[in-house]
Design a protein around this ligand. Structure first.
Ligand code: NAD
Ligand code: IPM
Ligand code: MN
Length: 358
């Protein structure tokens, strides 16, 4: 059938709250564009630890593997923060990315003009900012051997960081391919002045760059990049970097847009399959209050339409609807200048759904 199978794993905290709004968008686009989505739900994260004794139950992974795409909310929370590694929600998240081979994490930071005042940065600095962080997602220190041991001065901990040429090559290619369709600039971010993995990273990126003569390449050390992102955000186009640097820099880039509640992401491997999630977490401080910004998750649905299903018309319609609602002055708390006029998660979702046009 033409129906697209979407695995929905809402997770913890605000995860289910923002996923509910994304589901409204799926439903509305079915009505407007004649699509058919089959949703299958899976337990994931802390709630799966509580109910099933593991953050990523086998049947949840199976639902994802059978699906055309995965829509993910967020996982984690204080309840599980002191659990051993195997019983941590975050371990489930790393496990699902690895098991599905999703090595390329695409995190676009696009400035909506009307939100310039929501950012803590000056509007004139933000002008024209439109960048994408391409984060390596299945390697590096996140997936290296970890251990605790007794050292000469008591207990020690070890995290190892490994990258292979193959892993760097494929993420570099993803970045150059994306840059080709945009402003044709890649900033490769590393710590090649200190780290051996970064030196391998840089050599490999330079080699891949030879296949993309039209794309301009700059190398930026990660500490400098953290600074340049605030100093000259509009000069970046595609930022490609390793797993942990990409995690950190994308939260920083989110603040250019006004809020981490605005940043969507796509996690891709080979082929059209993808996992779509906001870059933010479960936000325990606001969970259950109905105030979370659902836009990052809704924009993740637009990315799913574009990158996995090739539903370009619907992707644009959803992005336009978000812009229209923001232009009309509607704000959740995180992006509101006048906090007393802020609307809730459900109200924001409803306004966006109502603004989607075929
Ligand atoms: P977080 O992203 O959950 O929250 C950081 C801050 O941003 C909080 O003040 C929060 O209220 C705010 N925020 C986040 N999303 C928002 C939204 N949609 N609307 C409005 N405000 C929003 O990061 P954290 O507090 O460092 O982590 C909390 C938990 O989430 C931890 O357990 C962490 O491991 C987990 N986490 C999960 C993911 C994921 O599932 N992909 C990502 C990041 C963090
Ligand atoms: C993210 C999160 C995760 C990461 C955590 C929760 C494991 O911060 O998706 O950005 O570091 O990848
Ligand atoms: Mn993160």
């Amino acid at each position: 059938s033409d129906a697209k199978k979407i695995a929905v794993i809402a997770g913890d905290g605000i995860g289910p709250e923002v996923i509910a709004e994304a589901e409204k968008v799926l439903k509305r686009t079915e009505e407007l564009f004649g699509y058919k989505f089959e949703l299958e739900y899976g337990l994931f994260g802390g709630i799966a630890i509580d109910e099933r004794g593991t953050p990523l139950p086998e049947d949840t992974l199976a639902i994802c593997q059978k699906a055309d795409a995965v829509l993910l909310g967020a996982v984690g929370g204080p309840k599980w923060d002191t659990n051993p590694k195997e019983l941590r929600p975050e371990t489930g998240l790393l496990g699902i990315r690895k098991a599905l081979g999703l090595y390329a994490n695409i995190r676009p930071a696009v400035i909506f003009d009307c939100l310039k005042e929501a950012s803590t940065l000056k509007p004139e600095v933000l002008e024209g900012t439109d960048l994408i962080v391409v984060r390596e997602l299945t390697g590096g220190i996140y997936f290296g051997d970890k251990l605790r041991r007794e050292g000469p001065n008591g207990q020690e901990a070890v995290d190892t960081c490994t990258y292979s040429v193959k892993e760097v090559e494929r993420i570099a290619r993803s970045a150059f391919e994306i840059a080709k369709t945009r402003k044709k600039k890649v900033a490769s971010v590393d710590k090649a002045n200190v780290l051996e993995t970064s030196r391998l990273w840089r050599e490999t990126v330079i080699r891949v760059a030879a296949d993309y003569p039209d794309v301009e390449l700059e190398h930026v050390l990660v500490d400098n990049c953290a600074m340049q992102l605030l100093r000259r955000p509009s000069s970046f186009d595609v930022i490609v970097t390793e797993n942990m640097f990409g995690d950190i820099l994308s939260d920083e880039a989110a603040m250019l847009t006004g809020s981490i509640g605005m940043l969507s992401s796509a996690s891709l491997g080979e082929g059209s399959f993808g996992l779509y999630e906001p870059i933010h977490g479960s936000a325990p401080d606001i969970a259950g209050k109905g105030v979370a910004n659902p836009i990052a998750t809704i924009l993740s649905v637009a990315l799913m339409f574009r990158l996995t299903f090739g539903y370009h018309e619907a992707a644009e319609a959803v992005e336009k609807a978000v812009k229209e609602v923001l232009d009309a002055g509607h704000r959740t708390w995180d992006i509101a200048t006048d906090k007393s006029a802020a609307i809730g998660t459900g109200a924001m979702g409803d306004l966006i759904v109502a603004a989607i046009k075929a």
